[in-house]
Design a protein around this ligand. Structure first.
Ligand SMILES: [Zn+2]
Length: 342
């Protein structure tokens, strides 16, 4: 059954003035759909979420080759996503997954806290959390690098689904893009633009015929991330892998956790999971990097030959331009909370 609820909300204009307006919601027990033509919400969750219990997995880091156990844990409202290095002294172990903590984007995204404690290759687990609508989680890890597992976000999605998602009694704060933000590096660019939902438009070009030109548009407002992107694996080129190994990197990389391209050929015996798996993985990486905004986005991402450096620069550019976005959240009442079962 659907119940119509009208909520009075304070909005902020581009000039910084606050103004009250009404939002209209149809509320069901399973989901809450915003049905307003006044506020630019799509069908987005308005309550924060976490997990019902802990979920663990063990594996090697693709670059370090170091084996680690990773446990995604429930966290209270307004925590965000915080890594905890359980092998570091407790007072120095927390590393918040936000753009200001990013210290390296060369081979993956690395975040580091004020004590110099870091965790690398965070993007695939962060993408899974973002894609599943998880606002709050502690990620315990007893090593320096997130396990690569199968090279995609799919194992992390499975972990979250296995324990279940819990809705919290707190309003979700969404970053609504109000004007275009763009960063460029030569021919490459990444952009955020206003959009009533969350969509990614990604394009890549590679000389190898195994990849060539690929372009995809993915609606990740609802289950799109899990179905369209989460299974797409990371990829690398044979000549790069050999060079990385000489430099002590890619120690954990193998055909079990990455697509390996040699010249114009895919080396993996089982081939690809999607004919355009490469561009889908670039979109997956973008979701993980965009999650470093610290809140879900209401906007459209456009990436042309994107990478971690460009994505993180885009998030930093966004956060440095507060006139380009605003935080949306709703005032909750007992009816909304009761309808959501919290
Ligand atoms: Zn990746």
């Amino acid at each position: 059954m659907l119940v119509l609820i009208v909520v009075l909300v304070n909005g902020t204009s581009k000039k910084g003035k606050t103004f009250p307006f009404f939002q209209f919601y149809y509320v069901s027990v399973e989901s809450i759909k915003v049905q307003s033509n006044i506020a630019p919400f799509a069908n987005v969750a308005i309550l924060q979420k976490s997990l019902k219990s802990k979920a663990s997995s063990i594996g090697v880091g693709v670059h370090s080759g170091v084996r680690a156990m990773l446990t995604i844990c429930p966290a209270p409202q307004d925590t965000g996503v915080v890594f905890i290095r359980t092998d570091a002294p407790a007072a120095q172990s927390h590393i918040k997954a936000i753009a200001t903590n990013v210290t390296d984007t060369q081979l993956g995204t690395t975040i580091t806290n004020a004590h110099g404690v870091s965790v690398s290759t965070v993007e695939h687990v962060l993408a899974a959390l973002y894609g599943m609508g998880i606002d709050n989680a502690y990620i315990e890890i007893d090593g320096p690098e997130v396990p690569i597992l199968d090279g995609s976000s799919s194992p992390f999605i499975d972990m979250i689904r296995a324990v279940g998602v819990r809705t919290l009694a707190a309003p979700r704060r969404t970053i609504e893009i109000l004007e275009v933000i763009e960063v460029r590096a030569g021919q490459k660019f990444a952009r955020l633009e206003p959009y009533n939902g969350f969509e990614l438009d990604v394009e890549i070009h590679f000389a190898s015929k195994a990849i060539g030109h690929q372009h995809g548009v993915y609606d990740c407002s609802k289950d799109g991330f899990a179905t369209e992107l989460s299974e797409a694996r990371t990829f690398g080129f044979m000549h790069q892998v050999e060079m990385l190994r000489k430099n002590g990197l890619s120690r954990g990389g193998s055909l079990d956790n990455a697509i390996v391209v040699d010249g114009d050929e895919v080396m993996n015996q089982d081939g690809l999971r999607f004919s355009d798996e490469f561009v889908r993985h670039k979109a997956l990486d973008a979701v993980g990097d965009l999650s470093l905004c610290g809140a879900p986005l209401l906007g459209r991402y456009v990436g042309h030959q994107p990478g971690h450096a460009l994505n993180v620069a885009l998030v930093r550019q966004l956060l440095a331009n507060p006139q380009s976005w605003r935080i949306n959240s709703v005032a909750l009442d007992t009816q909304i909370l009761a309808a959501a079962g919290v």
